[in-house]
Ligand binder design. Sequence first.
Ligand code: ZN
Length: 96
Amino acid sequence: MEKKFIDILGQRYPISYVDCVNKEEPRKGEINFLTHEIRIDSTMPEDLQQQTLLHEVLHAIGDSLGIEELVNNEGTVQSLATALYCTFKNQIIPRK
Ligand SMILES: [Zn+2]
């Protein structure tokens, strides 16, 4: 199991790429708001793993900033994750 970290708003979140995210319920990824651990299904294609990580990052931002919509509304979070992924997939932010 490969372990990495991502810094989100000054907090360190460990990322685990695992064969099975949740034994009770099939999931692409999940985040634990207490331990800050993010788990991503490593058996998915790479682009889906990245989209899933963005999804979990949005949950983390919601939790950090107290934006309940980003904590509890899976539809909103998934739509934003997909939109951000598609926006940045093939380009970087233009600079002056
Ligand atoms: Zn979610």
